[in-house]
Each structure stands twice: as C-alpha cells, then as structure tokens.
Design a protein around this ligand. Structure first.
Ligand SMILES: [Zn+2]
Length: 147
C-alpha cells in the first residue's frame, strides 16, 4: 500500500459530528509510515478531551484493512485550526459552522459573512465548538474552536 492509498482510505473516515468532513480535510493526519507488514498513522487530536478520538482511531484502523494498521495520537502536537484544509473549511461553512479562525480576529458568520458576531457560550453542541450569535442576520451559529 502506498502513502496515497493510505490517504485515500483515511479520507473515508469522517468526523462523527459532521457528515462528509473527513479526518484528512480536518488536517488530523500528521504522518504515515508504510512498512512491509504495517501502516503506522499518527493523528493530531483535534481536542484532547474529545470523546470521539477512540471512535476515529477505530474507524481509521478499520478503513486500512486488510493491512495491519496502527493508528495513534500525537498529544504533544495537538491539531490547530491552521491544519484544516481549504476544502475542509468550505465544507464546514456550507454546513453552517464557522471554520476555526485566529482568536485575535472576529469570527465571521458562516451564513452572511458578517463579522458583527459575539460568543454566546464557550461550549456548543460538542466540546470542540463554541456558540456564537450574528447581530447582522440575527442567527445563532457554531464555530469550531481554533485549538
Ligand atoms: Zn450572519
């Protein structure tokens, strides 16, 4: 199996919360090592306490069968919002969730792009997201936390 084939298989593993957002688009894949007998994949955890991490690891190992795969997390180098691909960002936005943004900037509303927004709650539907409110279109929305 080549590195590209591994990436292709991993792109079928989606975030459990967002349909069709793969762990590759999320930028979670840190390294891939292919040997004769095994594939070693290291992932960046999106959020260290995220309960989905075990679930994602199990799905990733299953996606690489029949190769013996070892998928682990690099907790020393956690995922940051900058790791997300452009495709992943577009996908999140079309799903109504603001992609991770630099904390020093205002979060843009995924519905109308206005920056006239404020954080209404630090936790959204999952620990990885915060709740925001857009004063322009007067809609609540969720934003993916930058780290
Ligand atoms: Zn808006």
């Amino acid at each position: 199996m080549t590195r590209d084939m591994v990436l292709e298989r991993l792109s079928t593993v989606n975030d459990p919360e967002i349909p069709d957002l793969s762990i590759v688009d999320l930028g979670m894949v840190e390294s891939i090592i292919v040997t004769h007998e095994r594939v070693h994949v290291t992932l960046r955890p999106t959020f260290v306490a995220c309960p989905a991490l075990d679930w994602i690891r199990d799905r990733a190992e299953a996606a690489l069968q029949p190769m013996k795969a070892h998928v682990s997390y690099d907790f020393d180098h956690p995922w940051s919002g900058n790791d997300m691909t452009a495709q992943g960002r577009r996908h999140l936005q079309s799903f109504g969730i603001a992609p991770p943004q630099d904390p020093s900037h205002a979060v843009s509303c995924p519905l109308c792009q206005s920056q006239d927004t404020y954080q209404s709650s630090i936790f959204g539907a999952t620990l990885c997201r915060s709740l925001y409110y857009c004063k322009n279109c007067q809609q609540p929305f969720e934003a993916w936390k930058p780290t």
